[in-house]
Design a protein around this ligand. Structure first.
Ligand code: HEC
Length: 205
């Protein structure tokens, strides 16, 4: 070891420990800050939801991914021809896809959030197209069709690309969710809104 190495090493050590300190301090300090994702938090969809502020997985909040979504990603393209197929087959396929975590890039499936009709708001009971808060906030759309809503949940909470518009996958999910909608009653979701809507909590199951 030569003599000039010492101070350099010492400085390095200081820098490293400083970095460590910042990391240690940074954790709680950052966590204490108001959640920047709160308005987009799926839990926050219902005003006054107590779990919005306490969500321990705020950092992993899939709805926090990115700013505004380009309407081109979720609005039906010109000349759109949905895939046509046997209704029963599409329904079965849709139910399977709804639970398929491979559809997303963040380990979630549609079912992670929507099991037992969770996360659906009162708007889901209305015939499509209709206004949906998420569509208004993140895409600026006044109203949305069901297939577009599936695409929006693909892009935003599932953090991935929209499905090809003429795909069997999209038609299947639309058929399945359309069927779910028929039996949907606003407010009938499970009692504890935090446990069910918190995507991290759901993952631990
Ligand atoms: C991380 C949670 C999350 C995941 C995963 C998720 N969604 Fe959603 N979804 C929501 C939230 C939150 C809403 C309510 C949005 C609102 O009302 O503003 C919603 C609303 C909906 C609605 C109803 C909108 C309405 O009121 O008409 C449909 C349909 C839907 N999602 C389909 C899907 C499908 C299909 C998937 C999988 C491809 C999926 N979602 C994945 C969080 C999620």
């Amino acid at each position: 070891m030569n003599s000039s190495a010492k101070p350099r090493n010492a400085r390095l050590a200081a820098l490293i420990s400083c970095g460590l300190l910042a990391t240690i301090l940074g954790g709680p300090v950052l966590a204490a800050n108001p959640n920047p994702c709160a308005p987009k938090n799926p839990c926050a969809a219902k005003a006054g939801n107590p779990c919005a502020a306490k969500n321990p997985c705020a950092a992993k909040n899939p709805c926090a991914a990115g700013a505004k979504i380009d309407p081109k990603q979720v609005v039906r393209p010109a000349g759109y021809k949905p895939y046509q197929g046997d209704k029963a087959a599409l329904l079965a396929d849709g139910e399977r896809l709804f639970k398929d975590t491979k559809l997303s890039t963040n380990g979630m499936s549609c079912n992670t959030c929507h099991q037992g009709d969770n996360a659906y708001q009162a708007s889901f009971a209305k015939p499509y197209p209709h206004a949906v808060q998420m569509a208004k906030e993140s895409v600026g759309l006044k109203q949305i069709h069901l297939d577009e809503m599936v695409q929006l949940c693909m892009v935003k909470p599932m953090a991935t690309q929209p499905l090809p518009w003429n795909s069997k996958e999209l038609a299947s999910l639309v058929a399945y969710v359309g069927e779910v909608q028929k039996g949907f009653k606003p407010g009938a979701a499970k009692a504890n809104p935090c446990a069910a809507k918190n995507p991290c909590a759901a993952k631990k199951q």
